[in-house]
Design a protein around this ligand. Structure first.
Ligand code: FAD
Length: 292
């Protein structure tokens, strides 16, 4: 894609370099920026020159055995790093397996996987944002750097609508911070799409905390089917009726060529029930979302 108004790309080396001039935007992997016309875009500020470690242990005061994922961490780097996470074993229920499931939920070629960043994906706020599904389920908090300081926002609050986030144009997603309990939690993942490798129409991730401040607590996060991530939180595993009632109360179903809103509202409870059954110990459940 030719960016016809682009006059320059500068590489940020320090935090001072992150002050944007009019018409400038931050450049992550460029997989979206270079894929579609960008009216008014006159300059790019390449974040990869900042040299942030793709992943690293969370530093104090947030540090509690958790993990920091840099905004510039690519999907491929995250998948590679997750293989070494605590509790990363061949279990389908581990956080590492969830990373892989979410990464594979991307509709993209291998080339895009190599360059697309976690920060770029979250910033786009697409309902099918696979890294939004992931970081929402992990309970991650985004650290935003702006010209006037820093702030921290839960990913589930940062993405406010389809392709709309609470991030100001001049704020950088420095990192997505994952609490320790998320790394040892058990997960169940379901995705459905209109074609076998199509863009996600509904993604449901269930999480059952094993350690941390709320062992036994359960969160079911709905993405892709909804305009924004919807976390459904329960103090313990809900009953199927409780979960169905919570899903039925969702009021932001998404409608696009990858699925009408009423179909998404219909299929999501099926995926949620499968996720619950798996978390409750019924692994091996199969259904419409399992193979997608
Ligand atoms: C073939 C193809 C398939 C795709 N499939 C999917 C899909 O299934 N799901 C999906 O969600 N997307 C998809 N995309 C869109 C896009 O590639 C991804 O969302 C990708 O993760 C964006 O990351 P990036 O690093 O390439 O972002 P970029 O293109 O670099 O930037 C995206 C936006 O985020 C801003 N930005 C980037 N990084 C930061 C940061 N750290 N802080 C602040 N702002 C930042 C940029 O200014 C820009 O506005 C696809 C794209 C292509 C070309």
């Amino acid at each position: 894609m030719d960016l016809v108004e682009l006059t320059g790309v500068r590489v940020a080396r320090t935090r001072d370099d992150l002050r944007l001039a009019p018409g400038e935007a931050f450049l992550g992997g460029g997989s979206w920026l270079y894929s579609t016309p960008q009216p008014g875009l006159r300059g790019l500020v390449d974040l990869t020159g900042l040299g942030w470690a793709p992943t690293e242990p969370l530093a104090a005061p947030e540090g509690d055995g958790g993990l920091r994922i840099a905004g510039t961490c690519t999907v491929a780097q995250l998948v590679a790093a997750a293989a070494g996470w605590p509790g990363a074993d061949p279990r389908r229920t581990s956080a590492a397996a969830l990373v892989r499931d979410c990464a594979e939920a991307f509709l993209m070629s291998f080339k895009v996987w190599e360059v697309a960043t976690v920060g770029g994906n979250v910033c786009l706020g697409l309902p099918a944002g696979a890294m939004i599904s992931l970081t929402s389920a992990l309970g991650a908090t985004a650290e935003l750097w702006g010209p006037d300081g820093e702030r921290r926002v839960a990913v589930t609050d940062l993405v406010v609508d389809a392709e709309r986030t609470d991030r100001r144009t001049d704020e950088v997603v420095r990192a997505l911070d994952v609490p320790a309990a998320a790394l040892t939690a058990r997960y169940a993942f379901r995705k459905v799409a209109l074609s076998p490798i199509g863009r996600s129409s509904a993604v449901v991730v269930g999480r059952l905390d094993v350690d941390g401040p709320t062992p036994g607590a359960c969160t079911v996060v709905v993405t892709a089917a909804t305009r924004r991530p919807v976390p459904l939180r329960f103090p313990a595993l809900p009953t199927p009726v409780e979960l169905a009632a919570a899903v039925a109360a969702i009021d932001c179903w998404y409608d696009d060529p990858h699925g009408p809103a009423d179909w998404r509202a219909g299929v999501t409870p099926v995926l949620a029930a499968e996720v619950l059954a798996e978390l409750a110990g019924g692994a091996g459940v199969s259904g419409p979302g399992a193979a997608a």
